[in-house]
Design a protein around this ligand. Structure first.
Ligand SMILES: [Mg+2]
Length: 333
């Protein structure tokens, strides 16, 4: 592979800090390095608490995107299917949120965690089902917040709502195995999201038979080629795949979106992707941000927005922090 050297990476790097529309994982800003690569823009945005070893995988993804992209025979623009998201709001707000999102066919509703109760969760998911109608696809995501007993109780209370799947109902792998066995009679698939953080996690998840579906994120897994290998591994084990974002800017969403487009072309029944997260950012780094409407996201060739990059430039001490991280991680790619 003909890749960049560190000097080329540094020279093409814009370190940005993007305000979020609402807090995410306690963050008010999303920091990212956007490279102007010879093959196009590339994103490197491992969360700040991640180790250099993990962040190096994310960097491999950026190098693939900007220097060694997967050649696709896709004609751009093209459109992919994504889910809408309903955060842990009051049930009375759900209808308006789904309408504002243009009535996507698939909606993911957040459940569990601080600030909500089972009663509120059931009311919110019930309202989402009402707004979607009987043919809509309804996913719930607890982000690992339930105990096994709480999860079983909650899923039973929503069993009649025709759930497409339950994402990360509990945190640990052992608990995932346990809850999957407890609800097997209901026929509701269990999806693993936080269980898959590192490339090697999929082996353990498959070996433990901890889920029916895995949520895979292209950037943390090291790019499209690496993710395709994991998709193959999952599907060989009879496990379904949902592609999702890591709160990427439109640059990272575009890369994952290309993989989703390939999957939809090959498998018309591919599960809708979790790539409609561009609206979580108050601003973006490309001329035409990837913001979903009606459950669709349009992928056009990416063009960096130079004035947005200038406006979003991170403070000097954060830029230095990222460039030092880049140097350390480059030695690990
Ligand atoms: Mg999730």
């Amino acid at each position: 592979m003909s890749g960049p050297d560190l000097a080329a990476l540094r020279a093409s790097a814009h370190v940005v800090s993007i305000p979020l529309n609402s807090p995410f994982r306690g963050l008010l800003h999303r920091e990212a390095v956007i490279f102007a690569g010879p093959a196009g823009p590339a994103e490197w945005s491992p969360f700040v608490e991640y180790s250099d070893e993990e962040a190096a995988r994310w960097l491999a993804s950026a190098v693939e995107q900007g220097w060694n992209p997967v050649s696709t025979d896709l004609a751009l623009p093209t459109t992919i299917r994504v889910n809408g998201t309903v955060p842990a709001v009051a049930a009375s707000e759900v209808g308006a949120l789904i309408e504002h999102a243009g009535h996507p066919r698939t909606v993911k509703v957040k459940v569990g965690g601080p600030g909500t109760t089972l009663t509120h969760d059931v009311a919110r998911v019930t309202e989402a089902r009402r707004a979607l109608g009987p043919t809509g696809r309804l996913r719930i995501d607890a982000n690992g917040s339930w105990s096994v007993d709480e999860a079983e109780h909650a899923i039973r209370a929503m069993e009649h709502l025709d759930l497409e799947y339950v994402e990360q109902p509990v945190e640990s792998l052992e608990d995932m195995v346990d809850i999957r066995a407890r609800i097997s009679r209901m026929g509701i698939p269990v999806a693993a999201d936080e269980s898959i953080r590192r490339w090697s996690d999929l082996d353990q998840v498959i070996a433990a038979e901890a889920c029916d579906i895995v949520v895979l994120k292209v950037q943390p897994l090291g790019g499209i080629r690496a993710t395709e290998a994991l998709i193959q591994q999952a599907e060989d084990a009879g496990i379904g795949v949902v592609l999702s974002s890591a709160l990427d800017t439109s640059v990272g969403l575009h890369q994952a979106g290309l993989l989703q487009a390939r999957r939809e072309a090959a498998h018309p029944d591919a599960l809708d992707a979790g790539l409609g997260t561009g609206s979580f950012l108050a601003r973006d780094v490309v001329v035409e941000p990837l913001v979903a409407h009606g459950g669709h996201l349009t992928l056009a060739p990416l063009e960096l927005d130079s004035s947005a990059l200038a406006d979003l430039t991170a403070p000097p001490e954060r830029r230095d922090w990222w460039l030092q991280r880049l140097e350390r991680c480059w030695g690990l790619v």
